[in-house]
Write a protein that binds this ligand. Sequence first.
Ligand code: DGY
Length: 324
Amino acid sequence: MNPTQRPKVLVTREIPQPALDRIKEFARLDLWPAFPPPEKSELLRMVGDADALLSMLTDPIDEDVIAAGKNLRVIANYAVGFDNIDVAAATRHGIAVTNTPDVLTEATADLAFTLLMAAARNLIAADRFTRDGFWIAWHPQLLLGQDVFGATLGIVGLGRIGEAVARRARGFNMRVLYTARRRNLQAEAELGLQFCSLEELLRQSDYVSLHMPLTAETRHLIGAEELAMMKPTAILINTARGGVVDQAALTEALQQGTIGGAGLDVFAVEPVNPEEPLLELPNVVVAPHIGSATVETRTRMGLMAVENIQAVFEGRRPPNLVNG
Ligand code: DGY
């Protein structure tokens, strides 16, 4: 095959090598190699002659970018969430949009539980305390956290990841409440979950873990009013999207002791500004949006995104189409 006739795939960040190698089997690879990520002007320029765009969750794929991609046939987002893409605009331009569901479910649920445990047991403070030489003697009152085993966990959004978190909670003998757009009777029976309203969940839970996509309906779903419903000892875990929480209200709730703590992998603006008052609070454990960050998961995500692109080029329906 004449290489110049092969379609061109623009990849906006270096993804695991097996996925890049797979692209080279059927297309020309245009890889943005550098760190930091491309500015919008770069994206507009590079997308101009691309047939496919393999985008990251932090690339804003708006109407401008979509319109600039004159040859674009598919936008394969390297994430399960796709709130960074103007899907309606892509649909108007006849461009398929795909995501990477399932393959990151367990890794993201693991991180939600990691944040929960770390926040519950003051793990970050304990690590610093030990390294900084403050450990003079064992003390019965040192770095006391709160029980996870047997506590009540509230899951907001019982999709794949929410359900995976519920499975983990079973091992900790937790009472698990959930709220979602639809009841899931099968999950209730299998995992012993209890369906309830958001308000009831917030009032009763020791830990609240968020697992919904960011949409117009879920933006700031957790604001001052909802935080005020939570127990003063409750810990909020967010591995979904920063926008589902009103971050200013959360900061205030943590400062005032309205809630006990938070474990956050996602923020209103990413990367979060290191000067952000939220980061000064001792009762907050943070991570830089690493929910799916394991070697195996990121590789599977890459291969899945590439499979979606290849399907479009071969005239097949991509397996993970979100606008069709
Ligand atoms: C996703 O894929 O949407 C997750 O946020 C990755 O961690």
